[in-house]
Design a protein around this ligand. Sequence first.
Ligand code: BGC
Length: 251
Amino acid sequence: MLILGVDIGGSGIKGAVVDTVTGELVTERHRIDTPQPATPEAIAAILAQLVIHFNWSGLVGCGFPAAIQHGIPKTAANIAPSFIGINIDRLFSEATKCSCYSLNDADAAGMAEMHFGEGVGQSGVVLLITVGTGLGTVFFSDGKLLPNTELGHVYLKNGKKAEHYTSDAVRKNKNLSWKVWGKRFNTYLMQMEALFWPDLIILGGGASKKFNKFNKQITVDAQVKPAAFLNQAGIVGAALYAQSKNTLTDN
Ligand code: BGC
């Protein structure tokens, strides 16, 4: 099935048409800067622009940087607080005239990796962390997803919130070398390991493309791998999610 997958991030909104059988993008990826402030109206307008760009009239899946319960954002770390409590599935569907289904962006990335990437066939506990403007997390236990974990917001032993200490945005803003940033990120991984003991940690988002620049700093026991999809997982996973929701509605 072909579905338009969209990854709504703190700095860019990226979309592509996805073949949900193969997990491949069947169009070029199209990126538009996230409007500032990232209000519901402004983001809905960008989605409408993407739908026109792809001349799209089918299902749309949206990875969104917040905890999402039944189409409603509950948090807003890197988007306008006015998103909290509104039904974005309804808002985006009205703006695009397509059926839109939204989920947390890290949950989307995890779905793609478990279906088609590094998580295929992985039993036990898998933790996927997206490293971008924020830190997104998702757990799978024997392949089953636990939605809306917000573990980029845990406080580290140094008193700092993890995503304010070791996101990709922090690396860029503070001009940290990969070595220094890698040490910071390892502190976070050590804390995740001490609390959850994952068998495998998959890294997605911007930093996953540069894994070879900081892998020497990583000392956790768990196996750590960059995502097979690098930073396209969010688009593919959002499409998979829309397909699963649509099948549920059809039946
Ligand atoms: C948000 C998460 C999101 C992550 C990555 C965090 O700030 O709270 O919901 O998954 O950023 O975008």
